[in-house]
Design a protein around this ligand. Structure first.
Ligand code: ADP
Ligand code: ZN
Length: 531
């Protein structure tokens, strides 16, 4: 506990003790709170679990007036307010889930100065009635939570956030604090610009989560791999398993349950009652697993989540970091485990091409996916890649607590293998005017006379059977890595393989193609303890 220099400072510390019952501030909390209590604007970049809430809650309690918190997480407002009320903080919220009378009550409390904190959904600020309400009360601080939602480049863009710049114009004397857990340097700049916070002080906490061990394994039979992982390393532990589709969420939860592991599904297709019940079981019980789409987890504060598993590839590193960041908030050793394979790459590329959005949107989505693929395929320290992505300098010696550090992957010269794949794609296209997906390409390389190979006379191609030196899984690994390296591309709704501009240099033997060896059995010992 440090000696506070100013009155505001010691009042902040007293509030931390009295209201929240904590001994001391963590990391940058003290500096942030002091700055905001003194009336300064702030941009706070802190990973999930870092303790962002206190950074605006304490200023709201110390400064006169009500702290107004803009948050997109409507579903959590009730819980947040209940938790604060249990501590004796006078908190309320206004959102679309309330009826007229409930809202009126909160409005009256705000106007008569009886609220310390008022949570608002961003869409409220589009309404003149809300702005009018705010201007009739006294505001101590504006907190803009999940501030990355203002970024059109980000993965969570919410148009309503763009209107938040008006807060500074209408209330120039009220300090504003914007907070986010995911931000690259480009996003920081976008947040400061779009929220009009040019003089805000930036507080950037480290994004490293040393107690989380990162591992990405090649996908073979994902449900079985998951089961083995859970049995060997996380028996009886609480954790989250992320899947892309509702269907695979359901099937995975059933599979785990059938194998004696307690797991409940969570996705947007379940009714609200079931979702709430599963979420509260997860928070309350020990050792329950939630199998979920990314609809689950935002704002969930469970300290002892021991693992986060991904059975499908996230769309971006931001998403991956945020989802894995739900593990190990208590600082104890935890695992971020992911199974990733060729179909993930093809599926995600197809989704981008067939999805909504204009050309610029597709380009951004592709760039996000490329960074994610680079993380999956790297032979370097995964933590180092993650930190570099978030603009931090990684330890050049590696972290010692990720799969690539524990078992450095071997690389091999895949130039000839790459040429074989690319020539097969070229032959099909030039000689036959045909495009095929990965399954057919691999069958041709392996010289398999399948029904579809016979049907298209592909056993007559000169490349038929030129790849018997490798097995099927290895060829799929080669194709996956070529896709990740941009030496091959996916096209159309069937996910056919086509060449890229860069493919030519491989076919003309102008460049080498180093590839990662697929580990037979990716074994990583249980990690060292928390850092
Ligand atoms: P974030 O919003 O950054 O994800 P939270 O504000 O929810 O993180 O805080 C994460 C957890 O850490 C919460 O359980 C919170 O009560 C706890 N916490 C935050 N600050 C402190 C502190 N100074 N001392 C002890 N616990 C803290
Ligand atoms: Zn590492």
């Amino acid at each position: 506990v440090t000696e506070g220099p100013g009155a505001a400072d010691s009042e902040a510390l007293a509030t931390l003790h009295r209201v929240f019952g904590y001994e001391a501030f963590r990391g940058e909390q003290e500096a942030i709170i002091e700055h905001v209590v003194a009336g300064g604007d702030a941009l706070v970049l802190m990973p999930t679990g870092g303790g962002k809430s206190l950074c605006y809650q304490i200023p709201a309690l110390v400064r006169p007036g009500t702290g107004v918190v803009i948050s997109p997480l409507i579903a959590l407002m009730q819980d947040q307010v209940d938790a604060l009320r249990a501590l004796g903080v006078r908190a309320g919220f206004i959102n679309s889930t309330q009826d007229f009378d409930e809202r009126r009550l909160v409005e009256a409390e705000f106007l008569s100065g009886e609220l310390d904190l008022l949570y608002l959904a961003p869409e409220r600020l589009r309404l003149d009635s809300s702005l009018d309400l705010l201007s009739r009360g006294k505001i101590s601080v504006f907190a803009i939570d999940e501030a990355h939602c203002v970024s059109q480049w980000g993965h969570d863009f919410r148009p309503d956030y763009l209107s938040l710049s008006l807060l500074g114009e209408r209330w120039p004397d009220v300090p504003r604090i914007a907070l986010t857990a995911t931000a690259t340097r480009a996003t920081h700049e976008e947040i400061t610009r779009r929220l009009n916070l040019p003089t805000a002080r930036h507080f950037v906490a480290s994004f490293d989560r040393p107690n989380i061990q990162y591992r990405i394994v090649p996908k073979a039979d994902p449900k079985k791999q998951l089961l083995a992982f859970l049995r060997q390393e996380h028996a009886g532990d609480a954790g989250i398993v992320y899947c892309l589709s509702r269907n695979s969420v359901e099937r995975t939860a059933e599979f785990l349950t059938a194998n004696g592991i307690e797991a409940v599904p969570y996705h947007a297709g379940l009714d609200a009652g079931t979702r709430a019940a599963h979420q509260s079981r997860f928070l309350r019980e020990d050792g329950l697993i939630v199998v979920a789409t990314i609809a689950f987890g935002m704002g969930i504060d469970k300290p002892d989540v021991r693992f986060v598993a991904h059975l499908d590839l996230p769309k971006s590193i931001e998403g991956y970091y945020q989802e894995t960041g739900r593990a190990g908030r208590d600082g104890l050793a935890s695992t971020a485990w992911m199974a990733y394979g060729l179909n993930d790459v093809i599926q995600q590329r197809k989704l981008i091409q067939s999805g909504e959005g204009d050309e610029a949107f597709r380009r951004r989505a592709s760039a996000h996916l490329d960074s994610m693929l680079a993380l999956c395929e790297t032979a370097q320290c995964r933590r180092g890649q993650l930190l570099a992505y978030f603009g931090q300098d990684p330890d050049p010696a590696g972290c010692g607590n990720c799969d690539t550090c524990v078992t450095p992957p071997e690389t091999w010269d895949g130039t000839v293998a790459a040429q074989k794949v690319l020539s097969t794609v070229v032959r099909l296209q030039r000689e036959r005017g045909q495009k095929f997906g990965a399954v057919q390409i691999v069958d041709i390389l392996l010289g398999k006379r399948t029904g579809k190979v016979i049907q298209f006379d592909h056993d007559q191609l000169s490349v038929f059977g030129i790849g018997t030196d490798l097995g099927e899984a290895e060829w799929r690994g080669v194709i996956r890595q070529l896709l990740a390296q941009g030496l091959l591309a996916v096209e159309g709704e069937y996910g056919t393989l086509v060449l890229t501009e860069a493919s030519g240099s491989v076919l003309r033997q102008e460049r080498e193609v180093p590839l990662r060896k697929e580990p037979e059995k990716p074994a990583v010992a249980r990690s060292r303890s928390a850092g």
